[in-house]
Design a protein around this ligand. Structure first.
Ligand SMILES: O=C(O)CCC(=O)C(=O)O
Ligand SMILES: [Fe+2]
Length: 166
């Protein structure tokens, strides 16, 4: 990764996050902005070793659900199946204006993804339901959502990127 100066509006957020001391004293240097219209999701994946050991996501706009799945190589009976549905572990309810931190087992042992849905029915498979403004059986409509995934990349190149005139 080639380092570039953060836009000021992101710098403000990064400073506030750094103050929470969730990055082990490091200053986050990588931000991914994703936009989802209702019905758009992201396939189950792992973020890999580059961003290990913690990723943080600020949720803006709509709520969504982040779904967790066993790795095929996990060694548990659920993981033996290749079918996504059977490898499903649980979901987290991501509320608007909330901050999500993924680390430890949730980073290492599970894939995460967002289903391409426009509507959700709240179930008891939601790990953080007790902390959310939602109850089992409730039906919710997804709207446009923007996520800022803020991470620290340990190894960056020591060159500056020059765009435009040479
Ligand atoms: O939008 C999100 O909350 C998840 C994004 C994500 O998992 C990723 O970009 O790796
Ligand atoms: Fe991810």
């Amino acid at each position: 990764m080639i380092p570039e100066k953060m836009p000021e509006w992101l710098d403000v957020l990064i400073q506030r996050l750094s103050g929470l001391d969730v990055f082990d004293g490091k200053i986050p240097n990588h931000v991914l902005v994703n936009e989802y219209e209702a019905g758009q999701g992201i396939m189950p994946h792992e973020d890999g070793p580059l961003f290990h050991p913690v990723i943080s996501t600020l949720n803006i706009g709509s709520y969504t659900f982040l779904d967790f799945y066993y790795h095929i190589s996990d060694g548990t009976s659920q993981a033996e199946s290749c079918a996504e549905q059977e490898r499903y572990f649980m979901s987290l309810f991501l509320q608007p204006r909330s901050l999500l931190l993924i680390k430890s087992d949730m980073y290492n042992r599970f894939l995460h993804g967002i289903g391409p849905k426009t509507q959700d029915v709240i179930t008891d498979k939601i790990g953080n339901l007790g902390f959310c403004d939602a109850s089992v059986g409730e039906v919710m409509e997804r709207q446009r959502r923007i996520s800022l995934t803020i991470r620290h990349v340990p190894h960056t190149l020591k060159v500056k990127l020059k765009l435009g005139k040479t």
